[in-house]
Design a protein around this ligand. Structure first.
Ligand code: KMT
Ligand code: NI
Length: 172
């Protein structure tokens, strides 16, 4: 994975998704070649306590009638109360994450083999690129709690949002 300033700044930047400092080395992204990925992904899952998983196929063929609504939903800025963990099996796309406190978008391009962890409470969105498909493993700490909370004054004071801000040393 690599980050690109989505706000027009030039060049590729490594992105530390926890600290949100693009000039620091990547922290919560790994690259694990797809050929024979199982053992290494299992190891990360064991270390970080991801007990469940499923696969998602974001494409017209994979989603049928739900496709349009789904991709529209993915691109709405939101946060979750759990980590969002994705291992890209095929295809490609962009995760945009908000840098704090600048509120600039950092664009993270993902490709097969990229494993990405978005911390609970981080504002983000996802979009496909011109290839129009991505297949990813979704890992979960517990139950798949995939409630996206659209950014609002309520999410700004959500416990998980506040916890995230505290973890990156911003705010209270
Ligand atoms: C999400 O939560 O935005 C997604 O699951 C996007 C598709 S996974 C690459
Ligand atoms: Ni999300």
């Amino acid at each position: 994975a690599y980050g690109v300033r989505a706000d027009g700044a030039k060049g590729r930047v490594k992105t530390d998704l926890l600290r949100q400092r693009p000039w620091r080395p990547a922290g919560l992204t790994w690259h694990i070649p797809v050929a024979g990925y199982e053992d290494k992904v299992d190891e990360v899952a064991r270390e970080r306590g991801y007990k469940n998983r499923d696969t998602i196929n974001v494409s017209r063929e994979g989603m049928g009638e739900a496709y349009e609504a789904k991709i529209r939903g993915f691109f709405e800025e939101h946060m979750h109360e759990d980590e969002e963990i994705r291992y890209i099996l095929s295809g490609s796309g962009f995760f945009d994450v908000r840098e704090t406190p600048s509120d600039a978008w950092i664009r993270v391009a993902v490709q097969p083999g990229d494993l990405l962890v978005l911390p609970a409470g981080i504002y983000h969105r996802f979009t496909l690129d011109e290839r129009d498909n991505i297949k990813a493993l979704r890992l979960f700490q517990d139950e798949p709690k995939w409630i996206p909370h659209a950014r609002s004054s309520a999410t700004d004071i959500n416990d998980h949002r506040v916890g995230y801000l505290r973890a990156i040393g911003v705010g209270a």
